[in-house]
Design a binder for this molecule. Structure first.
Ligand code: KG4
Ligand code: ZN
Length: 343
């Protein structure tokens, strides 16, 4: 069975993992940088890149030792080559290139978004193509038709903020720590989702896209008014995001024939969002799949698994493959009016 080492360093998590082609996770390690970025309320690219330099080699050593394997045992080295914060991407990709070069192993340059997109196929063996994917993370909010490895059609994207970004910004307004998603979810459990009137941008709209900037501004006004409990704002905000994600996803399901709805990316770790999307899938007569929470937020298992899927198809990359700050899954999809500049 093939054995793949995966490396992840595109944002604020350094991670390494060993995964086999028959879906066994032999070892994995993730080290986040939350405390380093917390004083700034967001990820500082330069700090992130430096931290990857310090942490990643130790994680590689750790997973190899834990699994009792050496570089010579690997069939390939898979490293995130983008999209993301370019300094960090370069650190992980170059580490992967070094190992591939020294060990005489194939290199696989993995698109971080493909890591998220294929992750449910690691835990759900019978999940076949095509499926409709809601990819919701700190940098992205897209609906994609996943037709196969390397074959994506973008159906919708955000015209401003990503869903995770909205959680992070709302959390900052509420004085909660970064990353905001888990903090809001915890606080929301003590609040009422109907207490604060908040907008649902583009809800019921004829166009397919997402928008969260107006929601963030409304949260800002609600906080400034002093009229609401923070827990009620958190719960009402989370409900507004749920409603937007559900509405846009339902629209895509109604228009497309994919038999399965999949949600992945850091925001898919949210219980309210998973539950609501599962209900939509049931109502629309589709199967529902979501990776376990630990596989939703950034990790190297999904990068190793995407590497395994690509290796099985003979898709490897030359050692001069570039690191890419921007790297859309669907290269043919154009920019959307009003869309931000995030990778
Ligand atoms: O996929 P990910 O780990 O990194 C990116 O590739 O962006 O996603 C991180 C994002 C952050 O914005 C974080 O606030 C959000 O996912 N997130 C959540 C939850 N856990 C992480 N959002 C809502 N609820 C959660 N439980
Ligand atoms: Zn991610």
């Amino acid at each position: 069975m093939t054995l793949i080492l995966g490396l992840e360093s595109s944002c604020d998590d350094s991670a390494a993992a060993l995964v086999t082609g028959d879906r066994q996770v032999l070892a994995q390690a993730v080290v986040g940088q939350n405390s380093a970025h917390q004083p700034y309320g967001g990820v500082v690219p330069e700090i992130a890149a430096r931290a990857h330099v310090e942490v990643l080699p130790g994680l590689i050593r750790q997973v190899l030792d834990e699994a009792g394997v050496v570089v010579a045992d690997l069939d390939a080295v898979a490293a995130t080559a983008g999209p993301g914060l370019i300094g960090g991407v370069m650190v992980g990709l170059l580490a992967g290139k070094g190992l591939a070069l020294a060990g005489g192993k194939p290199l696989i340059a993995v698109n971080h978004l493909e890591g998220h997109a294929l992750s449910p196929r690691l835990t759900e063996e019978d999940l076949g193509f095509p499926y409709l994917l809601l990819l919701a993370s700190g940098g992205h909010c897209q609906l994609l038709e996943v037709r196969g490895v390397g074959r994506y059609r973008r159906l919708a994207t955000t015209i401003d903020d990503a869903a995770g970004e909205a959680f992070d910004k709302a959390a900052k307004l509420l004085g909660l720590p970064y990353p905001g998603g888990p903090a809001i979810e915890t606080l929301a459990a003590e609040g009422s989702p109907t207490a604060v009137p908040l907008p649902r941008p583009l809800l019921g709209s004829g166009e397919p896209h997402f928008s969260f900037a107006g929601l963030k501004s409304a949260v800002q006004r609600a906080v400034a008014s002093g009229a609401y409990r923070p827990a009620d704002i958190a719960a009402s905000f989370q409900q507004a995001v749920v409603d937007c994600l559900v509405d846009r996803t339902r629209r895509a399901l109604e228009q497309g024939g994919a038999p399965t709805l999949v949600v992945a990316g850091g925001v898919a770790a949210n219980g309210a969002i998973r539950g609501a999307l599962q209900r939509v899938a049931e109502q629309e007569g589709r199967r529902f799949a979501a990776p376990p929470g630990w596989l939703c937020t950034d990790n190297a298992v999904m990068i190793a698994w995407a590497g395994a899927e690509r290796l099985a198809m003979g898709l490897t990359d030359p050692l001069d493959v570039p690191a890419r700050a921007r790297w859309p899954l669907d290269a043919a999809a154009g920019a959307v009016r009003g869309a931000g500049v995030k990778a």
